[in-house]
Design a protein around this ligand. Sequence first.
Ligand code: DAH
Length: 341
Amino acid sequence: MKSIDEIRAEIESFQVENAENLEQFRLQFLSKKSEIQALFGEIKNMAQESRKEFGQLVNDLRDLAQNHYNEFKATIEAASDRKTTLIPDITRPASRQTVGSMHPISIMMGEVRRIFEDIGFSAVEGPDIEDDWHVFTALNFAEEHPARDMQDTFFIELHPDVLLRTHTSSLQVRTMEKQQPPIRVICPGRVFRNEAITSRAHCIFHQVEGLYVAENVSFADMKQTLLYFAQRMFGDEVRIRLRPSYFPFTEPSAEMDVSCNICGGAGCNLCKHTGWVEILGCGMVDPNVLENCGIDSTKYSGFAFGLGIERMTMLKYRTNDIRLYFENDVRFLQQFKAATK
Ligand code: DAH
């Protein structure tokens, strides 16, 4: 049997470089079948008076082996941690970066803004939560006028004067109250109507409203401005048509259709087989509206228009369900990556 000193020398010279060496060390010095355990087994065969001293020596030897083992183990574990955290597998293919896209409504808003900004309109914004004056009264909607029913309004309960704006025409009023002509603004924004949600209508949608007030502004100016807009938006071959209409805030009023971008005028679902799609309302600002906002209607005249962004987006990107714009299904939204600038 090896002596205690021999075993101690072996422990001290043992080199551990990897997990296998470590296991060999454990088997040799710390397992049940190790030489140290065999020495423990010898104790009972010894003379009574040497047992205590010998037992102490073997105990020390076992502690020495255990301490070495713990140190080796810690060193090896630290090394393997370094391997996995500091040196990744550099041959692995790079992970894909996903690129987001702008929402089609934002893309369209930006496009409409750019077209009008190029001819001198500047954008103004204002509150979604409005009062009756800015949404209806100043815009010439009489108190009991049935035209108020044209736009089903969300009122803030308990307060009939506070409501969600049903059109961004409220910003015409806010602008004219603050500024004298010449005025050339567009008003992009979100609007709200208490309507059933279908493939063609939603209770939230977006508008861009335009307003031009100066001396001698005519209906012909309006028509030319809107033709320029339609051609830049849909291409030179697009045709427009103005149909007489009614809005309390304009006189005369019209609705503008463009030739259907989907069927080219031949007739399809979106244009209800007419070949035309309505995209905006417009007209000459009613003198009452100018006066309500502190502008001299004998000196100035103006035109205004309001267009629906969702309708335009459906036309431009040929989608047939307005609800897609509010569901945020990434499979739909991802398709607008190319249009994101
Ligand atoms: N505010 C109208 C709507 O939401 C759209 C509109 C029509 C705006 C004619 C105008 C306009 O400025 O002149 O249906």
